[in-house]
Design a protein around this ligand. Structure first.
Ligand code: KG4
Ligand code: ZN
Length: 339
């Protein structure tokens, strides 16, 4: 029998301090996530300096808890993996430095992982996903269509030209008075509304790139005009109309990409993959078109370290290691390797 490979994975790219022990790339021995959402709520969004400080306070405890829960000692580990970008630089550096110190202290190889690769590989934790595939990554910082012919081969075929879809959700939520993070709030509220506004569907029938800033401005301007005219605004209808526009654009473009690339497997990942409207629409469309659909369960959609461990296992098999000069990067293209 082959030896089990245990990887300690660390993720601190935004507002979650997370550590996990993953066995053979898909067995989650532990998955600790400490969310900072409560601290950022009163500012209406993530404050980078506050995020870094919280990561510093929590990282050691989170790593200890991950090892404890997995019942694995540092000696039983084969590698340490860490998200090295993209993300908030001060936040990333906390995880990168913790990983470097741990790797050095226990003489373990260090595996640098791209955050978006992590979101895509979240699916490997629950399914044995086959290639080729198309992945739609929708989160607070990213909106990308990625084509994969095989493990660790990422080709970006479309991306947002301005705002990420999660960012648009959070901004629109703020305008209609919902707390941060607004995505889940709009999702919930939209169930009670009707699409009365018919907001624009930017670039829906053109290429694979996305644009959400026009939609966001359109929502803000429409509400402003209605308020000036003393028209009563029904937040549920705004939420539903906004969500319908987003879901139409995301699903239309993704289904077209699958058709044009002749690919029969779709992965949807990232925080916005938790969206019920998006999940339902994709379930219907993929069934109609004979496409296999994979969406992670909710706990693996938002930021976590288990997904980082899933990518790291593939990198481990290839000996894709970094040395102790590893840095964090605020922006890295998933197609490039920079360490
Ligand atoms: O992947 P994630 O946890 O962090 C980033 O890497 O950005 O994504 C967070 C984003 C936030 O913008 C949040 O509002 C959005 O995901 N989100 C949702 C839902 N749940 C989380 N957006 C729409 N509907 C949801 N149910
Ligand atoms: Zn993320």
């Amino acid at each position: 029998m082959e030896k089990n490979i245990n990887i300690l994975a660390i993720e601190t790219s935004c507002d979650e301090t997370a550590a996990s022990v993953i066995q053979n790339g898909n067995t989650v021995l532990s998955n600790i996530v400490v969310s900072q959402i409560e601290s950022h709520k009163r500012f209406g969004g993530v404050v980078p300096e506050v995020a870094s400080r919280h990561h510093v306070e929590s990282i050691t405890r989170v790593i200890e808890e991950a090892l404890h829960e997995a019942n694995v000692t540092p000696k039983e580990l084969d590698a340490v993996a860490v998200t090295y970008g993209p993300g908030l630089i001060g936040a990333l550096l906390v995880g990168v430095n913790a990983a470097k110190a741990f790797a050095f202290a226990h003489d373990l190889p260090l595996i640098p992982v791209h955050h978006i690769a992590g979101h895509i590989y979240a699916n490997q934790l629950e399914h044995d996903v086959k290639f080729p595939l198309i992945a739609l990554i929708v989160s607070g910082g990213h909106t990308e269509l990625v084509k994969m012919e095989d493990h660790l081969q990422f080709e970006v075929i479309g991306e947002t030209l301005d705002d990420a879809v999660g960012e648009a959700y959070d901004k629109v939520a703020r305008v209609i008075g919902l707390p941060y993070p607004g995505g889940p709030e709009i999702d919930k509220l939209s169930k009670e509304g009707i699409d009365t506004y018919n907001f624009p569907r930017a670039l829906q029938d053109e290429g694979y790139n996305f644009s959400f800033s026009g939609l966001k401005s359109n929502v803000i301007n429409t509400l402003h005009n209605e308020r000036q005219k003393n028209i009563e605004i029904k937040p549920a209808n705004v939420a539903k109309s906004f969500q319908e526009s987003v879901v139409d654009v995301l699903t239309t473009k993704t289904m077209r990409a699958l058709d044009e690339e002749n690919i029969k497997t779709l992965i949807v990942a990232g925080g916005v993959a938790a969206n019920s409207g998006l999940r339902e629409r994709f379930e219907t469309l993929t069934k109609e078109n004979g496409v296999e659909l994979y969406i992670p369960s909710l706990k693996y959609c938002t930021d976590n370290a288990a997904m980082i461990g899933a990518v790291a296992y593939e990198q481990y098999k290839r000996g894709d290691f970094a040395d102790l000069n590893l840095n964090g990067y605020n922006y890295i293209d998933i197609e490039d390797v920079i360490y």
